[in-house]
Design a protein around this ligand. Sequence first.
Ligand SMILES: [Zn+2]
Length: 259
Amino acid sequence: MHPDLEKLMVLQRHDVELKRLSDEMAALPKMIAEYEAKAKAAEAQKAGVVEAIAKEEMVRRRQESDIKDQQSKIAKVRKQLDMATTTAQVAAFEHEIAFAQAEIGKLEDAELESMERSEMLAAKNMAADEAAVLAEKVLERERAQAAEMIARAKSTLELVQHERTIVRAEIGEDALTLYDRIAKAKGTAVSEGVDQKCSACQMLLRPQRWNDLRDRDNHETMMTCESCGRLLYYDPARDAPQKKAVRSESIAASIVRSL
Ligand SMILES: [Zn+2]
């Protein structure tokens, strides 16, 4: 293997790790924003219930004042009834009183319905309260965890960056330029050849190239995948007997085979 290639493999591990860490750090604020939105929604729901309770109380106050109005109307008409001189007047006042009493009955029924609604709203209020408290607790917990994760990721990031600088200094300029160019275009620049294929793009290598890649005495040239252009390497450990014994078939396939 070309001496630079081994270092490029290390460099790629660092670069992949750096990307993973920065992705992880970038994902955290989004996750926290989701928990913030949930807590906000729970607060809004609670506020909605509180508003509904206030409205219901207002409805009931109006019903009570309407009942009082009807009662004073009845009292007034009764006085007029006492002073009535004709049967027609008596009938008219009695009709008015009966009408007001019916109105009071309707208002009282409506008041009962309103009280039932208030009871339901009180239960809803309790549930909304609990949900809001819980959402706030979850948010605080996630915030604390995210802060911890970011602190941890930052220190790992610094470490990896430091190691990356060291390994880059050890690599030849040409190899480094090539690596940077491929990595910029493809995301990764180095790919393992496995089973005569480029493990990054899955393209089959021609037999001669495959043999060249596996040639242990080849320390001169760096081979690239003809399809994706990545630098290829071959891990000789794959030729070791214990590695060969490793099953490459899927679990499902092995179950089927053992039936
Ligand atoms: Zn490839």
